[in-house]
Ligand binder design. Structure first.
Ligand code: GUN
Length: 298
């Protein structure tokens, strides 16, 4: 079978950035510069890389950003105090607390403390609740929103499709299942959310018109799990040992790309698929937060 078409996340993200730039210009005409605060707790190497990428994306679009770093052993109270300060700062329109957090800090308490209007990650219970209710006034988590746009821009019919989401995490799987199952444009799918308790997982996957892997397991999706012609989206970022790499490791997705691309109809490369979209959605949410804070229609 011919190789699958690639869904170019970088090109689609650039289109989103173009629109975001236009919105930033509107804000500028109104004397507003959008501001985003990053919070990183500890020295997790992946988190450092991700926050660095997001900082550079902000600089490219002239969104003001500042990164706050707390030590690994920081308490929940210290982090909450920082969040309260950022909530009260009128120059900060968006707040992103990079996950994962150290064990002594409860993510649920932290994400609930962020002002919902500044919650550009969409992790606050109010924004998660609005997503479930189909209320579009909330912020949608960045990776799920980015996956939806990737599908729409690649000409994939979501309406009525069988979508299988692998993984029920709060950052991707759960909100993505809610988003694509909504009665709305570029949604209205029949969504199956598969996880570690799913029986007959391979059969579920093989029935998918759109298979989305967000399970955090390197090369989990094999060729025999994919229906010929299906659209495959790889959200995974897994570090695995690699003796030929300079630092002894490399990043791989949740999909065995080389094997799966021989059977899929369309597939995201990884890197270069979902990752750039997550960042594009973050900047878009930040600009919207700034506009909402000042009552400006974009
Ligand atoms: N860690 C992995 N993905 C994300 C994300 O989208 N937002 C935050 N805050 N942390 C993450």
């Amino acid at each position: 079978m011919a190789a699958a078409n690639l869904i170019d996340g970088r090109a689609i993200a650039d289109k989103v950035h173009e629109e975001t730039r236009r919105q930033i210009a509107v804000l500028k005409e109104n004397g507003i510069q959008p501001g985003l605060a990053f919070v990183r707790v500890g020295e997790d190497s992946a988190s450092k890389v991700y926050v660095g990428m997001k900082e550079r994306a902000c600089a490219n679009l002239q969104i003001q950003s500042r990164t706050h770093v707390l030590p690994d052993e920081a308490s929940e109270k210290e982090l909450l105090q920082l969040i309260l300060r950022l909530n009260a700062d009128p120059g900060v329109h968006g707040i992103l607390i990079q996950a994962p957090l150290p064990k002594q800090i409860r993510g649920s308490a932290i994400y609930a403390a962020v002002s919902p209007g500044k919650d550009v990650d969409g992790f606050h219970p109010v924004n998660m609740g609005k997503l479930l209710l189909g209320d579009t006034s909330g912020f949608v988590p960045c990776t799920p929103a980015g996956v939806q746009i990737l599908l729409a821009h690649s000409g994939t019919l979501i309406d009525g499709a069988n979508v299988v989401v692998l993984g029920r995490g709060n950052i991707v799987g759960k909100p993505l299942a809610a988003l694509l199952g909504q009665k709305a444009p570029h949604a209205n799918a029949t969504v199956t959310l598969c996880h570690s308790g799913t029986r007959n997982l391979v059969e579920h996957c093989r029935a998918a018109d759109i298979l989305i892997a967000a399970i955090g397991s390197p090369h989990f999706v094999k060729r025999d799990m994919v229906k010929p012609g299906a659209v495959v989206i790889d959200v995974g970022v897994n570090r695995v040992e690699n003796s030929t790499a300079e630092n002894g490791s490399k990043l791989v997705g949740d999909v065995d790309f080389d094997a799966v691309q021989t059977v899929a109809g369309k597939i995201t490369p990884n890197p270069g698929g979902v990752g750039p979209m997550t960042i594009a959605m973050l900047l878009r949410n930040t600009v919207r937060a700034a506009a909402d804070a000042h009552g400006i229609q974009l």
